[in-house]
Design a binder for this molecule. Structure first.
Ligand SMILES: Cc1cc2nc3c(=O)[nH]c(=O)nc-3n(C[C@H](O)[C@H](O)[C@H](O)COP(=O)(O)OP(=O)(O)OC[C@H]3O[C@@H](n4cnc5c(N)ncnc54)[C@H](O)[C@@H]3O)c2cc1C
Length: 480
């Protein structure tokens, strides 16, 4: 903590400082600038990517113009109901409402005002808890394309970005009012920057082994497939200035990380009819029940890996997804024209594998749920020619973090908002409930962009409100 008298030690002061150059930070920066205040965004890496850069670039949003154009009947109330159903009523209702009602307008604003080429992904059917077609993305592109595009939009909006600048400390008064930050440069140099508001968009803590072991011990030994920069900066420093933490045991695990390629099998492979079997050739779960929670039944199987079984048709229908294309290009899948040949290729018992497929086909034909409780409808179990991909379970990203209100203000443990601290995306509590089973598909980026927008707008309003009662504090304010 520093006192007011120490403010003179800052090299310069900005109205809004945003930490993190992933989806949340970039969107917060655009929102702040659109609201009339030019922020400074800092990012620890020389080339920003973050978890956003590793993602498939898909985000859910309700009530968008892209949905309306295709006659999809969806709105904030429906998404809110889906979030609360998926989380067994345990998501924070205030944050859930902010996300459910804010996601559609956020998507429309980014598309219309900033020209982001996002549209509804009609290949991603309602599944895993979404009751509507509402997953949006950039057709044929992924997160690795999205991050450079967002940074291009920052440049077009004349927003200052400082790369190679790692947040190492926050300076605040005893009431939690942030006065500035300490950053470390790649050569170890320390700099102090003052700020009137601070937005923490520095992601979660999936790469911090000690935090994972503490908050989600069941994943302590799991494969880590998050971004190495997700080291819990926001949680640690935000809590140190008085921020409350919530849902710290929440995360997205993923059951279908290919071995050895380390590429995610897109969820569409399952949604279109794919199955998962263990090294004995047996199915053991309803593959459509839980996109994130499926990691646990997979990790519990003997031998440490499983096989995703699908077919050439499913592969073709998913070929627009960059991860599918990468797997095809690498010839990662085992390919066979018969179940017997496939079983030999993946070294499982052919009779067991054949029986698993036959039972799924029978259930679909007879219009009943199958032995694993999976209900078949438009999806069809695999038919020849077959494909198989070897997969392992992994932790991808965390969903707990700083407790926020519906405007992305960080709250104290007594529920009151800290004066000028905001958080979003992986840095903040999401809407996945307390554990691993509450994650809805494409919710990570949804919370990143929606809370990013809310944080940027609210921080800008805070600065402008303060300007009306206090003399100018910082050097860079742009009223557009
Ligand atoms: C393989 C994979 C696939 C995924 N696919 C999807 C998907 O398709 N849809 C979806 O909704 N979600 C997906 N997710 C989750 C999603 O990517 C995240 O929820 C989302 O990107 C979080 O965005 P963010 O801006 O909060 O964090 P990030 O994108 O991680 O950005 C945080 C940034 O802050 C920087 N940073 C961290 N600490 C500091 C510090 N101390 N100082 C300065 N900078 C710092 C980091 O370097 C990083 O650039 C996926 C995750 C993984 C791992």
């Amino acid at each position: 903590m520093i006192s007011l008298a120490d403010r003179g030690t800052f090299e310069f002061t900005v109205p809004i400082l945003i930490v993190g150059g992933g989806a949340c930070g970039c969107v917060a920066a655009l929102a702040a600038k659109d609201a009339g205040v030019a922020p400074l965004l800092i990012e620890q890496d020389a080339r920003p990517m973050g978890t956003t850069g590793m993602s498939q670039g898909l985000f859910c949003a309700a009530g968008t113009k892209a949905q309306a154009a295709l006659g999809i009947d969806d709105d904030g109330e429906t998404l809110f109901a889906d979030i609360m159903a998926k989380t067994r009523g345990l998501a924070d209702p205030v944050v859930a409402r902010a996300i459910a009602f804010g996601s559609g307008p956020t998507a429309d604003w980014l598309i219309e005002t900033h020209g982001l080429p996002w549209t509804l992904d009609t290949g991603f059917r309602p599944a895993y808890g979404h009751s509507r077609f509402r997953v949006h993305g950039w057709y044929g592109h992924e997160g690795a394309d999205m991050v450079p595009l967002l940074h291009q939009k920052l440049a077009e909006a004349d927003i200052d970005v400082l790369l190679g600048a790692r947040l190492t400390d926050i300076f605040a008064d005893s009431d939690g009012r942030v006065r500035g930050v300490e950053i470390m440069r790649p050569d170890g140099a320390i700099e102090h920057i003052g700020c009137e508001t601070l937005i923490l968009a520095s992601g979660g803590f999936a790469a911090d082994a000690a935090m994972v072991a503490r908050f989600m011990p069941e994943m302590a030994q799991a494969r880590q497939n998050g971004h190495e920069g997700s080291r819990g900066t926001a949680v640690r420093l935000g809590a140190a200035v008085g921020g409350a933490l919530a849902d710290m045991g929440a995360y997205q695990g993923y059951a279908m990380l290919t071995e050895p390629q380390g590429i995610s099998v897109p969820p569409g492979v399952i949604v279109e009819g794919g199955l998962i079997v263990n090294i004995d050739g047996q199915r053991f779960t309803d593959e459509t029940a839980d996109i994130a929670g499926m990691v646990h039944p997979v990790m519990a199987q003997p031998g440490g890996h499983c096989w995703v079984i699908f077919d050439a048709g499913i592969e073709a229908r998913n070929a627009y997804v960059p991860d599918t294309r990468a797997l095809i290009d690498l010839r990662a899948a085992k390919c066979a024209d018969s179940i017997g040949d496939l079983a030999a290729l993946i070294d499982v018992d052919p009779a067991t594998l054949g029986a698993a497929l036959a039972e799924a086909h029978a259930a679909r034909r007879e219009g009943r749920v199958d032995a694993q409780g999976r209900a078949w409808s438009d999806d069809t179990p695999p038919v020849a020619p077959f494909r198989a991909l070897k997969v392992v379970g992994a932790i991808y990203h965390t969903q707990g973090g700083l407790q926020i209100d519906g405007e992305a203000r960080v709250l104290r443990t007594d529920g009151r908002a800290l004066p000028n601290l905001f958080a979003g995306g992986g840095a903040a509590r999401g809407v996945s409930g307390p554990s691993y089973w509450g994650y809805l598909p494409a919710m990570g980026l949804c919370t990143a962009v929606t809370l990013g927008r809310l944080a940027g707008e609210t921080a800008a309003k805070h600065v402008l409100d303060m300007r009306s009662i206090l003399p100018l504090q910082s050097e860079v304010v742009v009223a557009t």
